[in-house]
Design a protein around this ligand. Structure first.
Ligand SMILES: Nc1ncnc2c1ncn2[C@@H]1O[C@H](COP(=O)(O)OP(=O)(O)OP(=O)(O)O)[C@@H](O)[C@H]1O
Length: 289
């Protein structure tokens, strides 16, 4: 080993010890990647996600402005608001893509998301789906789910490894959940847009997340696909926590539950859809347009 590498190794070990000491000191700041076990999220106080006073600026422009928000464990929350309200930036903060200038962002009671990298946040149990489906088109539906479950993401190696019966059962249960049990052997590229979106949700589920962040999941879907998506999401609620950013008010209505309206980087209104739809401030900035 070269002296440089030895030095780097020593520095890494020192950081490891430092982090372990920080982690064992109790308190809320134990959010270090290798100490976060997947699926182990302390929701004893209710919320699975807790944002407090989050601000993010881009070149002096405040995309998030002292945003505070709490999502309960098992809740399905819709986030609505006009273009530029900060919805995507909020998702970016939760997943570690954007670091807030100030404020705190906790996954359960103890996991400080502002101190974790994007892969560490995914590993801790937060899955994100972007608007456009990103499935592996030449692979079958089954293989897409299989690959999503594997930690070794090199396609050939992952698909060569034999599946155990527990893994086969998990894939079968997910196929059923996303309504693609009859399409397991179809190449994903031949699926409809809606089916690709469901497959991608299935791929997220294979990673056993606790919280799912979904960005405009029904954009571009047919009415029938949108209705089926509402059923799927309703079935996920309770087993998972979901945060859904959506502009389609019929879909939001079909999902039920609490709605948060963002405007200029903070919460303008929150409550059942009917009450936020009747709020004159919401009508003024968003729904009345
Ligand atoms: N990387 C960036 N650099 C500069 N400005 C940005 C950046 N990302 C977002 N913004 C700005 O921050 C504001 C909030 O953007 P954001 O994408 O979070 O809004 P949104 O509510 O998701 O909007 P939409 O409904 O259009 O997706 C916008 O004015 C946007 O132009």
């Amino acid at each position: 080993m070269t002296p440089d590498l030895m030095e780097a190794g020593a520095a890494t070990r020192a950081r490891h010890v430092e982090r372990q000491q920080a982690g064992s000191s109790g308190g809320r700041s134990a959010g270090y990647g290798h100490l976060v076990q997947p699926g182990v999220v302390d929701v004893s106080h209710g919320p699975i996600l807790y944002l407090e006073d989050i601000s993010v600026s881009f070149d002096g422009f405040r995309a998030l402005n002292q945003l505070s928000l709490a999502i309960d464990d098992g809740e399905l929350r819709c986030i609505i608001g006009p273009n530029g309200a900060g919805k995507t930036t909020m998702m970016d903060v939760i997943t570690g893509k954007t670091r807030p200038d100030r404020g705190s962002c906790f996954f359960g009671q103890t996991i400080d998301l502002t101190r974790l990298s994007e892969p560490e946040i995914a590993h801790a149990g937060i899955g994100r789906k972007f608007q456009k489906p990103t499935v592996f088109e030449p692979l079958s539906v089954f293989e897409n789910l299989e690959l999503a479950m594997k930690t070794d993401k090199r396609v050939a190696a992952a698909l060569r490894a034999r599946l155990g019966s527990a893994e086969l059962d998990r894939i079968a249960a997910t196929l059923e959940r996303i309504g693609l049990q009859g399409s397991a052997d179809r190449p994903a590229g031949l699926l409809s847009h809606g089916q690709k979106q469901w497959l991608e949700i299935g791929m997220l589920l294979m990673q056993e997340p606790r919280l799912l962040l979904l960005d405009e999941p029904v954009a571009g879907m047919t009415d029938a696909e949108t209705a089926k998506s509402a059923e799927l999401f309703a079935s996920l609620k309770g087993d998972y926590s979901l945060v859904v950013v959506e502009h389609d008010m019929d879909f939001v209505a079909a999902l039920g539950g609490k709605v948060t309206v963002l405007h200029e980087g903070s919460v303008l209104a929150e409550g059942p859809l009917a009450s936020v739809q009747a709020d004159p401030r919401v009508i003024e900035v968003y729904l009345g347009r």
